[in-house]
Design a binder for this molecule. Structure first.
Ligand code: HEM
Length: 407
């Protein structure tokens, strides 16, 4: 195998998404820090080894906000966005240092394990209600009928989005998340992005006037150092929480169930002993990581990683899915072992931007997978494995559909 075999690889394309592991195994072995060209013509430096990924994520010379790149270094051009959509990108995941700490402090509490524990009964209820509608069917799509409604219902409820609005809300969220970084992709999404921003602004206004017992009201009231969040910051935060917890959790459930279908002995083990669910979900997060690549970062100056100098201003992608299959960190890294211990996977990232929603995501994944196995103990893939379609895109990795036949 040589780099020529991967010369034209498009890491955002469906074909790559269906099995990215041989490419990453090759990069880890031969080119641990390697520049590839994205479909929008930007160059991204891929970092693929576990130790290097951790080093980059903990190194504050890699910045999220291009404004923090040292003067004198040219940053790759940012994708074009209409003005009204800018607040959507100015959230804490795109901020560094004190800007980030201030915003993160506001939501950390809402997603602490103690707060999330309060959601357990509600998540269980939503999950069981969905399964009650599926149990008598012969076939269903695990993504649309099960994995998707769980996180969207849970986060919408936490935010306080009224039930009557959930449908359009989900439609906008989906449309906004499918925005590609090309100008054409952005133009096509404008009507939905506009409607979405308008709705969030109105919603925030309503909560300012009449606070309720929900997360948005808490955020509106919250103060750090005597200052409240302004409307643009609130729009960014609400958007981030919706988007960050949406497709990621769907992928945990979808990729997780597919992995269990592909490893029947592991599925049987879990079905026979539901207490294994905690290590099982950790292993599923590692084995088919819902977030393939960390979000965009920039080298604020020339930085050397694994003996390769990444030029200042460059776009950098830490490949979490590759780090999670690194044989130097995990024994038999390409084997699914739901009892794996220890399992220091990087599916939720590491360092300052470590996933705020990890306790919630874990609980949703554990309840969704265990309740499915208990309610519908025997099922199989409804189509040949080769016909499975993965969604294109750079950051997340998940199935477009997972047809299930109940046996
Ligand atoms: C299985 C599900 C999930 C996975 C795999 C996941 C993964 C990640 C990863 C890898 C990051 C760091 C990205 C980076 O450093 O570039 C992140 C950040 C984040 N996640 Fe999650 N996430 C999941 C679910 C959730 C949920 C349910 C929420 C909340 C509702 C959430 C909220 C966030 C937020 C707010 C950040 C930004 C944190 C910051 O900038 O400090 N995530 N997530």
């Amino acid at each position: 195998m040589s780099i020529a075999d991967f010369q034209n690889v498009n890491i955002a394309a469906r074909e790559h998404k269906s099995n990215p592991y041989p490419f990453y195994a090759y990069l880890r072995a031969e080119h641990p820090v390697y520049p590839v060209i994205l479909p929008d013509k930007r160059t991204i430096w891929l970092v693929t080894r576990y130790d290097d990924v951790v080093a980059v994520l903990k190194d504050n010379r890699f910045v999220k906000d291009p404004a923090n790149v040292q003067p004198g270094f040219k940053t790759v051009t940012q994708p074009w966005l209409p003005r009204f959509a800018l607040p959507l990108t100015r959230h804490m995941l795109n901020k560094d240092k004190s800007d980030h700490t201030r915003l993160r402090g506001l939501v950390n509490k809402a997603f602490s394990p103690q707060m999330v524990e309060k959601m357990r009964d509600r998540i269980q209820f939503v999950t069981s209600a969905l399964l009650a509608m599926l149990v008598d069917k012969k076939q269903f799509d695990l993504i649309t009928d099960y994995a998707l409604p769980i996180p969207t219902t849970v986060i919408s409820e936490m935010m306080g989005v009224p039930e009557a609005d959930r449908h359009k809300f989900n439609r906008w969220t989906n449309a906004v998340m499918q925005v590609t970084t090309t100008r054409w992709g952005m133009l096509r999404a404008i009507p939905n992005v506009w409607a979405f921003v308008r709705y969030i602004r109105k919603f925030i206004r309503m909560r300012r006037i009449q606070p309720q017992d929900d997360l948005v009201s808490e955020l509106v009231k919250a103060e750090v150092g005597g200052e409240q969040l302004n409307d643009d910051e609130l729009v960014g935060m609400v958007f981030l929480l919706l988007v960050a917890g949406h497709e990621t959790t769907v992928n945990l459930i979808g990729n997780g169930i597919l992995s269990l279908l592909q490893h029947p002995s592991q599925m049987n083990l879990l079905r026979d002993d539901p207490m294994l669910i905690k290590p099982a979900v950790e292993e599923l997060l590692r084995f088919e990581s819902p977030v393939e690549m960390g979000t965009e970062r920039y080298a604020s100056e020339d930085i050397s990683i694994a003996g390769v100098t990444i030029p200042g201003g460059s776009l950098v992608g830490v490949v979490l899915a590759s780090a999670n299959r690194d044989g130097n960190q995990f024994s038999s890294a390409d084997t699914l072992d739901i009892q794996r211990e220890p399992n220091k996977h990087l599916a939720f990232g590491v360092g300052t931007h470590y996933c705020t929603g990890a306790p919630l995501a874990r609980m949703e994944g554990q309840i969704a997978i265990n309740t499915l196995l208990r309610t519908i103990p025997h099922f199989r893939l409804g189509i040949p494995q080769e016909s499975l379609r993965w969604r294109p895109g750079l950051v997340t990795r998940g199935l477009a559909a997972l047809p299930i036949t109940i046996t």
